[in-house]
Design a protein around this ligand. Structure first.
Ligand code: ATP
Ligand code: MG
Length: 204
C-alpha cells in the first residue's frame, strides 16, 4: 500500500515551517512521499496580490530538491479555475493505484478553518488529516478541534508531535527587505533566489 502525503499551500514563499511540517509527517506516519502542491488562486486569499506562480514553483523546487521523498505536484496549478481540496483529492485518487492512502497535511490554522471549506466530509472521506500546532493554538485546542471535526464529518485526524515553529510567509513577505532574521526562516537556496530576483522588496 502506498502512503502519500499532500502538503498544499500558497508557498508565497515556501519556508522552513512548511519543510519541518512535511518532515514530521514523513517520519511520524511513515509516508512514502510527500507532494508539495502549490495552489493557483486560493479563494481565501483573494484580497491580496500573490507572487507569480513561476517564482512560487521555482522556490518550491529549490526547497525540496535535496529530499528524494519530496515531490512537486502541479495538480492544483493545472486545474482550470478554482481548485478545491476535495476535488484535488478526487483527482489524486484517480491518478494513484487503488490501494493508496492519502494524507492531507495541515497546520493548526487550517484545521480550524476546515469547517468552512467546501465539502469537508469528502476531504475526510478521501484522506487522513495530519495536523500540527501553530501560533496560538496549543495541543489541547487542537485535540478539541479534531474531536469536533470527526463528530461533524467522520474520518480520521492525527495530531503530529511537532513543536510549534514560529514562521509564516506573511512575516517573510513583510520583513524580507529589511531583516536578516527572516532569512533564517527560509531554506538557504530560497533566500538566495528571493534576493537574486528582487522579490518581496517593497513594504507591504
Ligand atoms: P501565509 O502567511 O501567506 O498564510 P503560511 O505561512 O500560512 O502563509 P501557507 O502556504 O498558507 O503558509 O500554508 C500552507 C500550509 O502549511 C497550511 O496548512 C499551514 O497551516 C501550514 N503551515 C505553514 N507554516 C506553518 C508552521 N510554521 N507550522 C505549522 N504549519 C504551518
Ligand atoms: Mg497561511
Amino acid at each position: 500500500m502506498l502512503h502519500i502525503g499532500i502538503m498544499g499551500g500558497t508557498f508565497d514563499p515556501i519556508h522552513l515551517g512548511h519543510i519541518q511540517l512535511a518532515e514530521h509527517a514523513l517520519n511520524e506516519v511513515y509516508l512514502d512521499r510527500i507532494l508539495f502542491m502549490p495552489n493557483h488562486t486560493p479563494w481565501m486569499k483573494r484580497n491580496r496580490d500573490i507572487l507569480a506562480i513561476e517564482h512560487r514553483l521555482n522556490m518550491v523546487r529549490l526547497a525540496i530538491e535535496d529530499n528524494p521523498a519530496f515531490e512537486l505536484s502541479l495538480v492544483e496549478i493545472e486545474a482550470a479555475g478554482d481548485s478545491y481540496t476535495y476535488q484535488t483529492l478526487e483527482t489524486l485518487k484517480e491518478n494513484f493505484p487503488k490501494e493508496t492512502q492519502l494524507y492531507f497535511i495541515v497546520g493548526a490554522d487550517s484545521l480550524f478553518n476546515m469547517e468552512d471549506w467546501v465539502h469537508p466530509e469528502l476531504i475526510l472521506q478521501n484522506a487522513v488529516i495530519l495536523a500540527a500546532v501553530r501560533e496560538g493554538r496549543d495541543k489541547e485546542a487542537l485535540h478539541e478541534q479534531k474531536e469536533r471535526l470527526i463528530e461533524l464529518f467522520g474520518g480520521e485526524i492525527r495530531l503530529l508531535s511537532m513543536e510549534q515553529v514560529d514562521i509564516s510567509s506573511t512575516r517573510i513577505r513583510e520583513e524580507f527587505y529589511q531583516s536578516q532574521d527572516v532569512k533564517e526562516m527560509l531554506p538557504k537556496k530560497v533566500a538566495e533566489y528571493i534576493t537574486q530576483n528582487h522579490l518581496y522588496q517593497n513594504e507591504v
